[in-house]
Design a protein around this ligand. Sequence first.
Ligand SMILES: [Zn+2]
Ligand SMILES: [Zn+2]
Length: 142
Amino acid sequence: MSDGEWQPESDPSKECSVCSGDFQYSRIDNQINDSWYIYCSDCGSTGLLNSSDALPQDVLKKCGYELAAEAEPFLPACNCGGAYRHGALPRCPHCNAEIGRDEIIAMLNYYYEKEEWSAATSKAGCLQNCVIINERIQRLFS
Ligand SMILES: [Zn+2]
Ligand SMILES: [Zn+2]
């Protein structure tokens, strides 16, 4: 729990469906930032790519705003030593259980409803934005 840039005091909290531990979450608006996201397959941290210059243009395919599998070989390792993988999910910071896709949609919808936005998913069914659990985020190529 640190003070700072993600304003944790205003972040909603959620209970893990496996261990009942509490965690806070926030959302990055990837459309507005023009950024891409991908989760670590080991710890579930959010990796954020802010600059499209960092990767070859032909691997910058995305589904929603998640980086595609083609980008994986170009990404640095997560701070935990794990790898960022397309399709990986965020995880509970207490028991490391994956947070399910439906739960992520509910978390995103908390923000969409506040802002009267539309759906959390793209037409292809991919999640449009990423969530950050307990401020666990790594900026790729920062
Ligand atoms: Zn848990
Ligand atoms: Zn990790």
